[in-house]
Design a protein around this ligand. Structure first.
Ligand SMILES: C[S@@+](CC[C@H](N)C(=O)[O-])C[C@H]1O[C@@H](n2cnc3c(N)ncnc32)[C@H](O)[C@@H]1O
Length: 266
């Protein structure tokens, strides 16, 4: 089964778009990370990169009085999010746009807070940090999660699972080095607890896959894709000691420019 197969993506999104969120994380962790952003303005300008269907976008809308621009390059997720924004009466301060986080047209230095759960890796962490540095005002915060290896030499099955999506995934120390290289100060970081993988992500994912198995009972190709997608939570049950999601809260310093070209666009 190749992931270049269009049928793979059709079934993939049929599973993922119906979940409360498209990656690990929960409200408690978002609140903890937001709490580390100590001197945000009362109504911060927030950019949510790789927002998916907006799981954390709504948490940010609830926990702040800020204006939020949520960006994702998958148009159907943005359509779904726009509908939910309108339904929740948040259109006056939350907007959702289809865009590539590597090439955004927002003015440089215009955000107080950039939020990104499980998405920066998509354009390479170093590149993403450079983009975010440019979009933040001096003193602005970047709160993001990233997958990291916790042990050397993970089993081949786990390594292969991550290699598909995130071949350059490193250790916590590698991320810390990338953050410093990107010209940021680290405010704090913590590891997502196991429930942040399950409550809003893997548990609903397994339920969704189970429902779709009935729908596709006589469709061998779709059933094989569901088997493949079911491997991710199953792998987490077996091997979660080998990797983690780390929540980083970092800050663009007031007093110094980035190393390299951080004031330019990606
Ligand atoms: C693992 S999901 C996380 C979604 C959401 N932040 C959450 O935690 O529920 C990663 C998201 O990043 C989006 N994405 C990937 N590459 C992107 C890019 N270059 N620009 C914008 N969004 C991107 C994907 O479409 C997907 O919705």
């Amino acid at each position: 089964m190749t992931e270049l197969n269009p049928r793979f993506w059709e079934v993939f999104f049929e599973v993922y778009e119906n979940l409360p969120r498209q990656g690990p994380g929960n409200r408690a962790c978002a609140a903890r990370a937001l709490g580390l952003c100590r001197d945000l303005p009362e109504c911060p300008a927030i950019l949510d990169l790789g927002c998916g269907v907006g799981g954390q976008t709504f948490q940010l809308a609830e926990m702040t009085s800020g204006s939020i621009v949520a960006v994702d390059n998958h148009a159907p997720s943005i359509e779904r999010l726009r509908t939910a924004i309108a339904r929740n009466g948040l259109s006056h301060r939350v907007s959702a746009i289809v865009g590539d986080m590597a090439h955004l047209e927002q003015p440089l230095g215009s955000f107080d807070l950039i939020w990104s759960e499980g998405a920066l890796y998509s354009i390479g962490l170093g590149n993403a940090l450079r983009v975010c540095h440019g979009l933040l005002r001096p003193g602005g915060y970047l709160a993001f999660t990233d997958a990291v290896w916790c042990k050397e030499s993970p089993p081949a099955e786990v390594k292969a699972g991550f290699d598909v999506d995130y071949p350059t995934m490193g250790s916590l120390d590698d991320d810390v080095a990338a953050i410093h290289d990107g010209g940021f100060e680290i405010v704090g970081h913590f590891t997502l607890p196991d429930e942040a993988w399950w409550d809003d992500f893997y548990t609903p994912m397994e339920a969704r896959i189970a429902r779709l198995r009935s729908k596709y009972a006589s469709d061998l190709e779709a059933s094989a894709i569901l088997d493949q997608l079911a491997e991710e939570p199953a792998m987490h049950r077996r091997y979660s000691d080998f990797y983690a999601y780390e929540f980083f809260v970092v800050r663009r310093p007031f007093w110094i420019g980035p190393k390299g070209a951080g004031t330019t666009r990606g």
